[in-house]
Design a protein around this ligand. Sequence first.
Ligand code: SF4
Length: 437
Amino acid sequence: MKVHLTTLGCPKNQVDSELMLGMLGEAGFPLAERAEDAECLIVNTCAFIDRAREESVQTILDLAQLKERGSARALIVTGCLTQRYGGDILQEMPEVDGILGTSDLHRIVDLVKQAAGRHDWATSAPPGYLYDATTPRLLTGRVPYAYVKIAEGCDMGCTFCAIPQFRGRHRSRPLADVVAEVDGLAKRGVQEAVLVSQDTLAYGKDLAGNGDIGDLLLALSDTRMPWIRPMYLHPAHVNDRLVDKWARARVVPYVDMPVQHADDGILRSMRRAVTARRMKDVVAQLRAAIPGVTMRTTVLVGFPGETDEAFARLLDFVDDVRFERLGVFTYSPEEGTPSVTFADAVPSEVAAERAALVQETQDRVAFERQDALVGTVHDVLVDGRSEDRAFAFEARTAGQAPEIDGVVYLRGRFTPGRFARVRITEAQGYELVGERE
Ligand code: SF4
């Protein structure tokens, strides 16, 4: 039975998809590149916010049509949407033959084997599964980087976030197992390991031995992986011991630290366990400890109770700290989270205006920083052919994370998947242009 898998959502989902494809490949199921050619369709869904849920449902409906007019005989839905709403999906979408949550990924092989059957084999166990380095994994991207999930779940309990409800409590993979996976990826030619989890700096807190993410980064420094990039760093977990280990570890000089807000009242109500003052100190400490560091953050505007004054404090913070990169989101009330009951909702048009103001401030800061890069020389990783027809290839500096930051468009000939030394010749908004040095 030929299988096709569609992945929606974040890099953590992409890892799950690659593991499922690896397990299916090992079990002897051929993979179809196009959904139209498959007999079994799998869609790995996202349920992070309303928009993601809508996209997931629409994808399920689109794929379901292939069961009527294509070669598909079965449709299996996996991921966060089924972890959260499994029963409802089976009841309300008869076109779905089976479901699997974010746990028990290996059950995908049984599900596909039984794909001629129907609903009685659906499974959505409580979240618990975490893969290990021996789990087969098919790398789906034609890119030189791979995501490595070092932990799963989150204990932080931010009042706007539904993730802990369906990804469960925080649990870390054993250090040696992550090291083995990263080593294995390096042997397969991967040039960059992007370390992901819901709460990356909480890594190790649940393992014996009082270890932390710093120990993992130091151990990974001894692997052959050229670039190691940890993502999603909660500022509340930063301490001197961690900064010291981070500075000694061989990781790219890049810090992705979502601050979410900078008004202490809102931070308290979001339950972020950190103050604006403390976050400023953390940023200053990291900038001092990691020469040439690029800092990325995320902010959330329109949270209930965000007054004009509270928003002004956030805007000042963004202007003051001058993050190199910033993503701004507007608050959306997520079912089952504490914040849906909070008073003083911010009208959506006000939230959108505030998001635009943050973006405007950030554009100014970011474009100045981009312009300052013109004339500088960098080692870049060539991701592959360029999507922009004006250039043949595109690459990234250590300060550009895959898929969320800009790229360096390259003039001239380069080899995909290799590093090259280039001089930046131009800045075009959030993108750069470079040529061989
Ligand atoms: S730390 Fe991140 S994943 Fe955890 S509850 Fe907060 S926003 Fe959600």
